[in-house]
Design a protein around this ligand. Sequence first.
Ligand code: SAH
Length: 457
Amino acid sequence: MANNHPPLVKGETIELAIESLNHEGEGVGRFRGFTVFVPNALPMEKITVKVISLHKNYARALLQSIATVSPQRVIPVCEQYEQCGGCQLQHIAYAVQLQLKQKTVEAALQRIAGLSMPVLPILGMEHPWHYRNKAQVPIGQQKNRIVAGFYEKRSHNIVELKCCHIQRQANDAVIHTVRNILQTLGITAYQEKEHQGLVRHVLARTSFATGETLVVIVANGTALPKQELFCNALREAIPNLCGIVQNVNTRRGNTILGKEDITLWGRPWLREKLEDLEFHVSPRSFFQVNPSQTSRLYQKALEYAALSGQETVFDLYCGIGTISLFLARSAAKVIGVESLAAAVEDARKNASINNISNATFYVGAAETVVPSLYKKGFRADVVVVDPPRKGCDQVLLETIIKMSPQRVVYVSCNPATLARDIKFLAENGFNPVEAQPVDMFPHTNHVETVVLMSRVK
Ligand code: SAH
């Protein structure tokens, strides 16, 4: 560029050729050398855009019209795709979505972290629709109408949900029904700004394996007016309902679930199944949202663990003990660590339901529990970690390095923190062997990866 000023201004309409996609699936073009990001635009497209914001090194712009359409563009299946913030990639052919996620993982591991490790071709879905077992949507009020649906892109306006094509249909029915009942009974919706009103979110989980549905109503308070009428109406409309739970969240802010659960009807847990193992899942516990891809992910994690039956295995961030119990059948002993107490209770029950006696679970943050176990003399032959998006704590990684297991299997939902953590392990005696991306979340810009590292002899 000849000078330091961006060659465009906010509000300007320009023509642009899109060259690539960023890791969020947005089109990337260059206007006189200056980078412009355009949601919903695809490589090879010639488009007209309106600049909506200007930053030091890039601009963001909205698509106005397309002069040359990419052969990779498809018509989104969902009629609400343009407004809804739930999916980001429905306008891109599924095969191209997979290429994008493959590249995202390769870029994070190989290009940015500089790790020389093979990344296997991503495992995609044959039918990438209606794969989610869980729906969680905010409830709001627009004039006199209660609304339920996902947030609009980059906002807290609710787009009323009609039919969501990535989630199990039974969960749509729960959302519609809860909305109608709240409206009929005059139960109020929570209003964020005023911190007033009652119902904040509705959460539905339907098991693919058992067909049953658990409903959680997140409320700004402990009482639910007309509770019996509410439960009766919901039970009548949803055939395989197993329980209705009220979760109490009276705090301001974006955290969805509070710490208290009140059972309104039925039992406060869902019976789930993966392969031949059964699981008890309580309302706040984590359970993977895409069951068929979860099986493939866990299989890969098990394969990477390469157990002979003699090993002590640590499963960190173990949730309700899903990976732990698959591991336990091929190991001498499994130790699971998880910070949510309710999930650890589930994990212990799950070991017992499945007659598994060689798995022990600890409640607490992995970065405090594992160092204390290490001090007491515990050692692992294999360590599996499956942290949330922010990745592993540095103290935990340092303890794993001191423990010196033969293998580390890292399951991740965020390629950036995965790469950061793997790089640290690679600098401290572990060899990155292989990575396997898995498409757990088709039509969204999320990708799951499992990585094998082995100790340098
Ligand atoms: N491996 C499990 C759960 C993975 S989700 C499965 O596949 O189902 C990540 C889990 O880590 C959640 O259950 C969350 O409650 C837990 N968690 C978050 N921070 C943690 C920490 N610092 N230490 C231990 N567990 C943590």
